[in-house]
Design a protein around this ligand. Structure first.
Ligand code: ZN
Ligand code: ZN
Ligand code: ZN
Length: 294
């Protein structure tokens, strides 16, 4: 049960660890800054960064944990623990979002003055920190680096918005801008959390993974020589990347052992092109009555 990107784990883990501590430190600083400047917009950004930290921390922790080999207790291994982690961090963020909204919405009616120069200072710091990180990350290649770069640019955008409203508030007394921006950022955090939660729940509920087309795969199997039917095809995913497959393949009643072996071999080859880590094939002969046949 080898794993195809084993060699990069150590390196990844180190990167996740550094990114986690940087983000967490920044989030704590922002929460303090939000209190100091009495700005909920900054508190919302802190919540967003806390979410990033949780994701990175989980990635760091689970990169090691979910690689553990299967054992007598968890015969599928430990990959599904990453789902549990995703669920917990989503719940923490939902709780945080409600907390911020419960502060921000009343302030729409009764705006409180924020420390605009302090906010501007934090915003510049946020833009610099995320901007430099984005530049660094964008030099890497691969999907992960691209996603991380986009994410960091999003963060820069959030801080740019804080900078804009704090500059406006330096010159005009418009304290309502702060809760308005706070609600916007929090809704954005909320929207992303719901998306992650939806994916996590689909995995828990053993949905067919998004990158697998079940009818197409069944058709491809049926198109192989000597397979005259199939039933009870089941597909689910351990963690969204490593899938599990099982099916019953029906062969002619007089199929020889050589034919049977060839069919199994071809079918496995076809299935393994996708990300299946566990494959179970049952062979039925046409004249046997499989109690599970459709
Ligand atoms: Zn972020
Ligand atoms: Zn079944
Ligand atoms: Zn069967």
């Amino acid at each position: 049960m080898g794993h195809h990107h084993g060699h990069v784990h150590q390196e990844n883990q180190q990167e996740f660890k550094i990114a986690f501590f940087l983000n967490l430190g920044f989030a704590i600083l922002e929460f303090a800054g939000g209190l100091w400047t009495n700005s909920l917009a900054i508190t919302s950004d802190a919540l967003h960064d806390l979410g990033d930290s949780l994701a990175l921390g989980l990635a760091w922790y689970l990169e090691g944990y979910s690689q553990r080999e299967n054992d007598g207790r968890y015969s599928y291994g430990y990959r599904r623990f990453s789902l549990l982690g995703a669920l917990f961090s989503a719940l923490i963020l939902v709780g945080g979002a409600f907390l911020v909204l419960s502060q921000a919405i009343p302030r729409l009616l009764h705006p409180e003055p924020s420390n605009a120069p302090g906010m501007a200072l934090f915003a510049v710091g946020g833009i610099l920190a995320n901007g430099i990180a984005a530049l660094r990350v964008s030099r890497g290649d691969g999907l992960n680096a691209r996603m991380a770069t986009w994410h960091l640019l999003e963060d820069v955008l959030g801080w740019a918005a804080v900078l804009v409203i704090s500059v406006i508030m330096l010159f005009k007394e418009l304290p309502i801008l702060d809760p308005l921006l706070s609600i916007l950022i929090t809704l954005y955090v909320f929207y992303n959390v719901l998306g992650n939660l939806r994916q996590t729940m689909a995995l828990f509920l053993q949905a067919v993974p998004e990158d697998v087309n079940l009818p197409q795969l069944e058709a491809d199997l049926l198109a192989l020589a000597d397979i005259i039917g199939l039933h009870h095809t089941h597909i689910w995913s351990l963690d969204g990347e490593h899938h599990v497959f099982s099916t019953h393949l029906v062969l002619r009643a007089d199929a020889t052992k050589a034919t049977t072996l060839a069919v199994k071999c071809q079918a496995k080859e076809l299935i393994q092109k996708l990300d299946f880590e566990h494959i179970t094939l049952e062979i039925d002969y046409a004249d046997e009555s499989c109690s599970l046949a459709a």
